[in-house]
Design a protein around this ligand. Sequence first.
Ligand SMILES: [Zn+2]
Ligand SMILES: [Zn+2]
Length: 362
Amino acid sequence: MPWALSVPLLPEESLSSWLVRAAMRQGCDPLSLTGAIWPSWRVWTRDIDREIPLTKIRPLVNASGNAPDRFKKAGVRDDCEKVAGYSLPEAQAWPWLLALGSRNRLRHGGQQVCTLCLAEDSTPYLRRHWRFAWHTGCGFHGVQLIDECPVCKAPIEPHRLSAEDQHLAQCSRCHEDFRKEVCTSPLPEAFNFQVLADRVLKTGNVTFRQASIAPDDWFSMVTFFLGVVRRASRRPVSDLGIALLSLDIPVTDSRMPISGLAFELLPVSERSALLAAVERLLSIGFEETFSALVECHVKRSALHDPRKSPPVVLLPLLSRLSHHPHGPHRRRVSSAYRPMSERAVRASWARLKRRMKAEPTF
Ligand SMILES: [Zn+2]
Ligand SMILES: [Zn+2]
């Protein structure tokens, strides 16, 4: 049975945004709307922004009157597969897509918004690109995105709003209107990175050391350097830390993550700090960076986990570094008897706080 009120998808709108708006427009809660379309499919326990599978599309097309290809375009699968370079399995985290960390219908995070975009919309809605992990700022307004309610710190979960809430520019827990928030400036280097990554994804190829490489090669290369920066920030007095600091790469920025969580799970401030450092490294260039690494006697094993092979495009550069990984083997005290380092305590505290976010405060 088609809906009485049609709800077209807005430019660049994400699928979850559209489903929430469609529900409010029909005067019902998102859960009731999706329950009516798909009685035996629990939409909100999954990341519906990724895609609506072909097998599920028909009842939605019938009810909404929107063409199937509009829904396909609104999903992020195609873009995410360009970034990853392979077909992405459903039951796995997708690289460079913010993870929602769903548990039932509760989430840990993973949704960002530009409050000024929401304020200017005649009908506030969420953009697809706010889910990409390299997005930390708004290209139109030059402000940092927010990924939690500024008042109660809850993650942004529009699917938990109800029909009475009427619009999705608000916190589902405390109902703070995001449109009146004071915005902060993004880190310019992190924003430069965002522009660059968007361009790589859009143009479909990029020049790397006089050769043309595919977007997935570029993203795996920057993923590698994110890991390098995180390693250096953990040990700024190591050879690696000293080498990067000598290039003015800000590995000691106080916003660097300490939790050890995957990049796609980090809050916007921590991702910004990491991306700013990687952008600085990219703008210095690989020749200069690797020369500094060689000068500071950085071993190849200091850059990455030896169990994971580095991106092929970086192998010629990595071969310049000494390969001998460790000095004399030291016996370690069994971890059960070792006190936790301050860093380890802070990291587990940060992970615990993220888990607690998913619990309602009332
Ligand atoms: Zn904006
Ligand atoms: Zn709130």
